[in-house]
Design a protein around this ligand. Sequence first.
Ligand SMILES: *Cc1c(COP(=O)(O)O)cnc(C)c1O
Length: 227
Amino acid sequence: MSAVAERLCQIHALIDAAVARSGRPSGAVDLVAVSKTQPPEALREAFAAGQSLFGENRVQEILAKQQLLPSGLRWHLIGPLQSNKVRKVLPRVEMIEAVHSLDIARDINRIAAELGLHPRVLLEVNVAEESSKHGFNAETLKAQLEELYDLDRLYIQGLMCIPPFAADPAKSRPYFVGLRELRDELERCGGAPLPQLSMGMSHDFEVAIEEGATLVRVGTAIFGARG
Ligand SMILES: *Cc1c(COP(=O)(O)O)cnc(C)c1O
């Protein structure tokens, strides 16, 4: 078994245990293998071990890797999207996880209409309101929800967050709880389901699952340190 296959196996066991603790049925959480900066060979190894969903944070890197890898790989864009890249990336990914402003949501909606697409998207929330990070703050998101729902090409499926890094995963928990509660509130005001919560990375995905994550984005724990 390759090292990547072995780590994937261990991570699936941890995911299953955390899903059980959260009282949800197995299969409630999808693993996004975050492959940014990793060579195509590493993705090939993961794919051979049964991992089909990959997360990348740069459009150019997704397009370059797609040329080299089997078409069975599925892709989420997990990094911020600039308007000049929307047209290129929309046909190439299953989900845009990090829609961080009404402006970019409008651009995606307009170009999706031109291309005849209905992209699945998540709204990124800047849960600790860090100036260094992208994302809606909670109040802005509530205020702009109606305008976002008016963008009729977008399937808005949920929320995503990247809390401040803390080595102790317990420090992430309040942010995960906050994202879940914000989701519940938006569902009540917006009248539409937001089933997906993308939260949790290598060091804190178990805590995220306990608090309701449906997508965990795990890089280092699968592929090792990034070069
Ligand atoms: C890099 C990255 C991850 C994965 O981080 P690891 O600590 O390597 O698991 C998850 N989400 C986003 C948005 C990232 O950019």
